[in-house]
Design a protein around this ligand. Structure first.
Ligand code: 48F
Length: 256
């Protein structure tokens, strides 16, 4: 029995992995913007892999506002929740609330069912940049990263890489620092996130969602970090709309 269980896991895991070593889109970070983008691209038949540092995908959704496990969504983004079959309640004035556990698990389940490979407990530690294009991610197990073990990573090649790493914008930071690329921001560099301003933050999240460099796209709070947008706390419509917007842009670029 024991060896059959081990064998079943090893066989199915490596079949799954083998199929995702070259992908259309590699997403770094399974937060709300990354999960929405992944699902939209996978529904278009694209091969999408997400790499999430933590054991649980979902990013900043789980904790609601200050661990009160409800989030707020504005009316214009409700259709995205509906597409994931996630329920919500009216809070008046065009605002709605949803249970953050239902939102996180609903987005993860939706992405999986659309065919996305979610690699949890895997960190992206570098990018591949060749001939003026970001074309892959360098990955390692999070425990290896955390323990500082001297273990070489592996590489997944991708037609497009999405930085969905939230506030730190880690992939854009890596790409600008290590590959020395100039990105599509007013300064050509990372401009840094501005302080809390909910209304402007929601709008700037969508506005700043873009292609920063050939092969490199940015969504969610990483987009605000790159282009100097405001933070906004536990209102999430902008994150969902950012995911949808970047998916449309990537699809157009991949399909030419
Ligand atoms: O921060 P996060 O939820 O991304 P987001 O889509 O959404 C932001 C909101 O949650 C919230 C907000 C809403 O108003 O402001 O902050 O921008 O999720 C980012 C995910 O990326 C993972 C990280 O663990 C988190 O789950 N991550 C960050 N760096 C890496 C990474 C990395 N180098 N490799 C893998 N995963």
């Amino acid at each position: 029995m024991e060896e059959r269980i081990t064998s079943a896991i090893v066989r199915t895991y490596f079949e799954k992995l083998q199929n995702f070593l070259e992908v259309d889109l590699a997403i770094v970070g399974a937060g709300p913007s990354g999960l929405v983008a992944a699902t939209a691209l996978a529904k278009e038949g694209k091969k999408v892999a997400i790499f999430e540092r933590l054991l649980a995908p979902g990013g900043g959704v789980w904790g609601g506002g200050m661990l009160f496990n409800e989030i707020v969504i504005q009316e214009e983004a409700l259709h995205i929740l509906e597409d994931f079959n996630i329920s919500y309640k009216s809070a008046g004035d065009g605002l709605y609330t949803a249970d953050s556990v239902e939102v996180a698990s609903g987005l993860i389940f939706g992405a999986k069912k659309a065919g996305v490979m979610i690699n949890n407990a895997v960190s992206v530690e570098d990018v591949v940049c060749r001939e003026g294009r970001i074309c892959g991610v360098v990955v390692n197990w999070t425990p290896v990263e955390r323990l500082g073990m001297h273990v070489d990573p592996l590489v997944v090649m991708a037609k497009a890489v999405l930085d969905g790493t939230g506030h730190p914008g880690e992939i854009t930071d890596l790409a600008t620092r290590k590959a020395g690329i100039k990105i599509d921001t007013p300064t050509g560099k990372i401009m840094g996130e501005k302080p809390m301003w909910m209304e402007l933050g929601e709008a700037s999240t969508v506005e700043n969602t873009k292609r920063l460099y050939p092969g490199l796209y940015v969504s969610g709070m990483a987009a605000n970090n790159a282009s100097g947008g405001f933070r906004m706390g536990p209102i999430f419509g902008g994150m969902f709309m950012s995911g949808r917007k970047v998916a449309r842009m990537i699809l157009e670029d991949i399909d030419g």
